[in-house]
Design a protein. Structure first.
Lengths: 187, 148
């Protein structure tokens, strides 16, 4: 809370503490949402810049991370929309820009110990819609509890559970799709 | 309760987020519901393979330079704002001076002077209109405070 108050008064030193504490989390969340390293790095840093500029408006009893997460998420979502728009403009009308946009940018090179099964899971996560992708990222890649996710998403635990159910169901369908084998083929 | 009502409990069970009482209730349901038991097994497999996916940690250099990049962006952002404001003021000043000179110039025809005045008035109306629109939407933004 003291660090938050110092940040609100414009202290860059106090803000640096927040950046160093949350930079990895911010980068990996952005990576999960947009799918490639360069964009994730740029967007996570931009989110901190915007947080610094707006922190004076934050209520003093607010916790930093859930508030910051909203900025990061909004930036990533706007970025994805711009990317889709650009792709939709550049692709032929016969193609399917929505699918291509998400899939193409979830590059397998960001996955440790690349193999076909892991690549397929990563690509499938990239095909989820934003609302479902974010709960998968927060739960599986950030290891956040339902309560922490609910706080970050400004919703209740019931909504988190429900979104997780439908996200996993969709993921199961994607991995079970006829093209390239199903969930049962994944070791 | 129907099977659909147990979906939330299924996620909690999978992620170890249930209380002892909820856990027991769900396990009791599982013993009598093969559909939910099958679905749970599929979700367990999915969770296992998703948990195996880990993302590559960037080089140390990225973390080392991370704060410096943010610091530079913050500093430059302020510089750009000052630069832009000064630029806009200078352009407005130069524009008014130019128009003043042209209006006073006796060699120019009335039609050209009227056109110049109309151009200036049009630009001013557009500017005020955009500014008013931005302020209106900003004041009506229901989520303005929610995000903070």
């Amino acid at each position: 809370m003291i660090a938050m108050q110092r940040c609100r008064r414009g202290s860059k030193e106090a803000f640096e503490v927040f950046v160093r504490k949350y930079m990895k989390q911010a980068y990996f969340i952005a990576l999960g949402l947009v799918g490639n390293r360069e964009d994730a790095l740029d967007l996570s840093q931009e989110a901190f810049v915007r947080a610094y500029r707006n922190i004076k408006h934050v209520k003093s009893d607010r916790r930093f991370f859930p508030w910051f997460y909203q900025i990061l998420k909004n930036l990533c979502v706007s970025h994805l929309r711009r990317r889709r728009y650009r792709q939709a403009s550049s692709l032929d009308a016969d193609d399917c820009p929505e699918v291509a946009a998400a899939e193409d940018h979830f590059s397998p090179e960001v996955v440790v110990g690349r193999d076909e099964a892991k690549n397929r899971v990563w690509q499938a996560i990239g095909k989820l819609d934003e609302k479902h992708r974010e709960v998968i990222i927060l739960r599986h890649f950030q290891g956040m509890s339902y309560e922490q996710i609910a706080e970050a998403l400004f919703c209740n635990k019931g909504t988190v559970t429900s979104r997780l159910y439908y996200a996993r169901k969709r993921l199961k369908e994607l991995l079970g799709a006829p093209k390239g084998g199903g969930i049962n083929d994944v070791p | 309760m129907t099977c659909h009502d147990y979906k939330d409990l299924m996620m909690g069970y999978l992620d170890n987020e249930l209380s002892a009482e909820q856990r027991q209730r769900f396990e009791e349901h599982l013993t009598g519901c093969p559909e939910c038991a099958k679905e749970l097994e599929e979700f367990k497999r999915l969770k296992a393979i998703t948990d195996e996916v880990t993302l590559v940690e960037p080089e140390d250099r990225i973390w080392h330079d991370y704060w410096d990049n943010i610091y530079n962006r913050i500093e430059r952002g302020l510089g750009w704002i000052v630069f832009s404001v000064a630029g806009i003021l200078l352009v407005i000043y130069a524009g008014f001076k130019l128009i003043e000179e042209l209006i006073k110039d006796p060699t120019l025809g009335y039609l050209l002077k009227i056109a110049l005045l109309a151009l200036t008035a049009g630009l001013a109306i557009l500017f005020v209109s955009v500014l008013r629109e931005r302020l209106y939407f900003w004041s009506k933004d229901r989520y303005r405070d929610v995000r903070r």
